[in-house]
Design a protein around this ligand. Structure first.
Ligand code: SF4
Length: 443
């Protein structure tokens, strides 16, 4: 298998704050609270203060485990965690790179992941029996994934399968639980990421007359436009009223003419962007690149769209003096801005227009992913080193986790094994499709 896309090198520089706003102490699970107390007592969040404290826990664990332990983080991690993980020799990537990390590093028996839960679960789905996956904070969930939990999706999927039978194939975006990925696998479908959604959906439409895409309606619309599915052949299901809320489908006949049926969820981080943001930066002479989780109207007037790896590469490979406005998660844009500045390239966050007027402003980034902070990293690594890793942080396929308490609901062994078979099939189809398109050997 080819290595995934370019992995950036992100460096920690003195004088830069290391952490997002601190989490309240009662947000830490019992086992990690002592580390949080120490962290909160530090005088500031500069590298000069935080690094020696963190080193005291992380270095001994790294030295003890050597190559049998692998640290991983997603690009969207706030609090400079990506910089910390990279400093300790870890792996930073997008969801495709992270999902395939276990098979690419068979020496790693313990994989510690700092990102949202579905990403850790995706690693666990493809892990070999000798590999165990831990997440630094089990309360780090993806709000888009929460809008398409199994309980919410089940009844509509049953309705659609009753109506269309084998003519319906499910494609699950990586931002879904293992249970939804398994559902896709059962229908002969696949998973996808934002970097390969066009390849996977194009593959699916040639194998089934109807494709149900779960959960991101915006990525679905943007990908449909990219591969030439006409808007009148798309049916969008109602947006869930809340996290875990079931969606009712009163009249399934409105899907009869659809080639693509879209689940109605979205990412709150990417839906703050509006076409007016794009026009404002165009007026200032910036090139606008956006993530395909942005609404269709934003992607249509931007200069380009791409996954995080693609956005990173487009900017870093641009000539000196280039100016960009980037429409995606805020922490990623901040890291990109810092690194691009070292090459004489200007980067701004798409929502940070100089005169916002009536435009909506963006938050700092993906708040749930940022729940993985330095005390979580220090605590989980130290407890692993001591031989007492908390079971709350141990990720198994099929687990569902409460984002409020961190408590996980685990499937019985037989059900888990069945789920793994179907979800792996869906993920392997995605990997095969992607690697074939890249000219590599199928996985
Ligand atoms: S940025 Fe949006 S889609 Fe990505 S993990 Fe956060 S909530 Fe989920």
């Amino acid at each position: 298998m080819n290595p995934s896309a370019t992995i950036p090198r992100i460096t920690i520089r003195p004088g830069v704050d290391l952490c997002q706003s601190d989490l309240p102490l009662d947000w830490y699970q019992d086992e990690l609270r002592p580390y949080a107390e120490e962290y909160l007592a530090l005088p500031d969040r500069t590298p000069e203060t935080v690094m020696p404290w963190l080193d005291g826990y992380v270095r001994p664990a790294i030295e003890a485990f050597g190559p049998s332990m692998l640290l991983a983080a997603h690009f969207y991690m706030g609090g400079e965690i990506v910089k910390l993980v990279e400093r300790y020799g870890g792996h930073i990537g997008d969801s495709y790179a992270l999902a395939t990390i276990a098979s690419r590093t068979p020496d790693a028996q313990i994989i510690v992941q700092s990102a949202v839960h579905f990403m850790a679960e995706a690693i666990a789905l493809l892990a070999q029996p000798h590999q165990r996956v831990y997440i630094t904070n089990p309360k780090a969930g993806c709000t888009m994934e929460m809008m398409a939990r199994e309980d919410a999706v089940e009844s509509i999927v049953d309705q659609l399968l009753d109506r269309y039978g084998d003519e319906l194939m499910i494609i699950a975006y990586m931002n879904t639980s293992g249970r939804i990925k398994a559902l896709a696998g059962r229908t002969g479908g696949a998973t996808c990421t934002s970097s390969n959604a066009h390849l996977v959906l194009d593959w699916a439409r040639h194998r089934a007359p109807r494709v149900l895409f779960i959960p991101d309606k915006h990525l679905g619309e943007n990908t449909a436009a990219r591969i030439g599915i006409a808007p009148e052949r798309i049916a969008t299901l109602p947006t869930p009223a809340g996290y875990g809320a079931p969606v009712e489908l009163d009249d399934p006949t409105h899907c009869d003419n659809a080639e693509l049926i879209l689940w109605g969820a979205y990412c709150g981080v990417h839906t703050v962007f509006e076409p007016a943001h794009v026009h404002a930066w165009h007026d200032l002479g910036h090139t606008v690149l956006v993530h395909p989780e942005c609404p269709r109207a934003v992607v249509e007037c931007a200069d380009g769209q791409g996954s995080t790896n693609q956005l990173w590469d487009s900017v870093m490979q641009a000539p000196r003096g280039s100016r960009f406005a980037i429409g995606t998660e805020g922490h990623f844009v901040r890291n990109l801005k810092e690194q691009a500045a070292l090459r004489g390239i200007e980067v701004e966050h798409l929502a940070a227009v100089p005169n916002p007027g009536l435009l909506r402003v963006a938050g700092c980034g993906c708040a749930t992913m940022s729940r993985n902070d330095p005390p979580h990293l220090a605590g989980v690594l130290d407890l692993l080193h001591r031989g007492t890793p908390p079971e709350l942080n141990h990720v198994l396929p099929g687990d569902t986790v409460s984002e409020t308490t961190g408590v996980r609901d685990r499937l019985p062994e037989a059900e888990r094994s069945e789920l793994v078979t179907h979800a792996r099939n869906a993920m392997r189809r995605m990997i095969d499709i992607t690697e074939r398109a890249r000219g590599g050997a199928p996985a």
